[in-house]
Design a protein around this ligand. Structure first.
Ligand SMILES: Nc1ncnc2c1ncn2[C@@H]1O[C@H](COP(=O)(O)OP(=O)(O)OP(=O)(O)O)[C@@H](O)[C@H]1O
Ligand SMILES: [Mg+2]
Length: 388
């Protein structure tokens, strides 16, 4: 059970049942408390057995969870809790010093108890289609055709263990590709190699990087969201890898074998970057699969966004828990209002309009068919993002 806060009407505790897989949407306008509430969920998940969390952090704000939240010490006492710094592991795509641009930053994070770990992607965790999308190649045109074919060949020939040099070799051996096509592809792949994002000698299971006793944070703030969709690329590779591993673990569990891997909760802040409405991204398909087919293999998803109308409806409609902070634009209220269910007794917008201040939310749980006005509980660990 994840303790979220108290019912504003009768002061009773409000929980999310986390025994089953869940899909949670956290919405609200700028500064309404979405990231804070996501932090509450993360703290609660850390108390659960058999769960591992992965926080996708495009703003680079969640590492502060390694520090105690002294700012709300009194409030915490009123709730029977006290400030506490929590174990935090930050996954940094590529080399941490290079990514943060400064050794002192890395040292300071480590002084604060943050464990930093390099993350590198397995080229085989990226589908042939996604490789083409990465460089914006159409799979019906020469560059796309040749790259697609090369990745397919590598998958056939090497299984999961191949790297960029093998892809290049496969392209060079393609007798039907024009020399100009080969040269252009080799150049792009050389550039991709220089990003420092890919494994270069082995296949590494992503879940081995996840510490079940810590909050695992994927810091995407160090990756510019520029020309190539590198942030979604990273998420796509991770999602595919974890989905595949958990599917195997689930089959093992069903046969009475040791699963070898915990259930996964993935929490994505600023989720419209990854699953936007009306646009595709490198990771959208994988995340839709995660939320739609992830229940059985034990995969849960939490998405937070200031603009529910900018979130893909397919993802939003799969969410069986909605935590909505205050919303002001009619577009966003309308997007959430579409999720109104019969059991609510009124339209969802009616509840959202009742929110009086930061930290309050309308809490919808499809599982128990209830909507509650809730005061979100205070965080034990320091919330990030409000210092600057
Ligand atoms: N339940 C709460 N109790 C106390 N303070 C809170 C609570 N929720 C949010 N705050 C404070 O309100 C401010 C905004 O919160 P937060 O950063 O979580 O908002 P947000 O909705 O994620 O904003 P943004 O859209 O900018 O990402 C922060 O300073 C945070 O500490
Ligand atoms: Mg936020």
């Amino acid at each position: 059970m994840l303790f979220i806060g108290r019912n504003l009407e009768d002061n009773s505790d409000v929980h999310i049942d986390a025994v089953k897989s869940r899909a949670v949407a956290i919405c609200g306008k700028r500064g309404s408390g979405k990231s804070y509430t996501m932090g509450v969920l993360i703290e609660e998940l850390l108390r659960e057995d058999n769960v591992v969390t992965l926080v996708v952090d495009p703003m680079g704000i969640f590492h502060t969870m390694s520090l105690p939240n002294y700012d709300q010490e009194r409030t915490l006492w009123e709730w029977g809790e006290s400030p506490a710094g929590l174990p935090v592991k930050v996954l940094v795509p590529g080399d941490p010093v290079a990514r943060y641009g400064d050794r002192e930053i890395v040292e300071r994070l480590e002084q604060r108890g943050v464990v930093l770990e390099q993350l590198r992607l397995n080229p085989s965790d990226i589908s042939p289609e996604a490789w083409c999308d990465l460089f914006d190649f159409n799979i019906n045109e020469p560059l796309g055709i040749a790259l697609y074919k090369a990745i397919r060949n590598c998958l056939k020939k090497y299984g999961t263990v191949f790297h960029i040099p093998q892809i290049i070799k496969s392209i060079e051996l393609d007798s039907r590709a024009a020399p100009k096509t080969v040269e252009a592809l080799v150049n792009r792949l050389d550039t991709a190699q220089e990003w420092g994002l890919f494994e270069d000698s082995r296949y590494r299971e992503v879940w081995e990087l996840l510490d079940p006793h810590a909050i695992n944070i994927l810091d995407l703030n160090t990756i510019d969201s520029g020309r190539y969709g590198r942030r979604p690329l990273i998420l796509s590779a991770l999602t595919r890898n974890l989905f595949r591993k958990r599917s195997v673990a689930r089959r093992r569990e069903e046969l009475g074998l040791e699963a070898g891997m915990r259930k996964v909760w993935m929490l994505i802040d600023e989720a419209h970057q990854f699953v936007p409405a009306g646009k595709s991204t490198l990771c959208k398909e994988a995340l839709i699969q995660w939320v739609k087919e992830g229940r059985q293999p034990g995969l849960s998803l939490v998405v937070a966004s200031q603009q529910p109308s900018a979130l893909d409806m397919e993802v939003l409609s799969q969410c069986d828990v909605i935590i909505s902070h205050s919303l002001t634009t009619s577009e966003d209220k309308a997007a959430l209002n579409r999720l109104t269910k019969d059991y609510m007794g009124a339209e969802l917008r009616v509840f959202i309009n009742r929110i009086a201040r930061t930290g309050q939310a309308a809490f919808v749980d499809d599982d128990v068919e209830r909507v509650t006005m809730v005061q979100v509980k205070p965080r034990r660990s320091k919330p990030g993002g409000s210092e600057a």
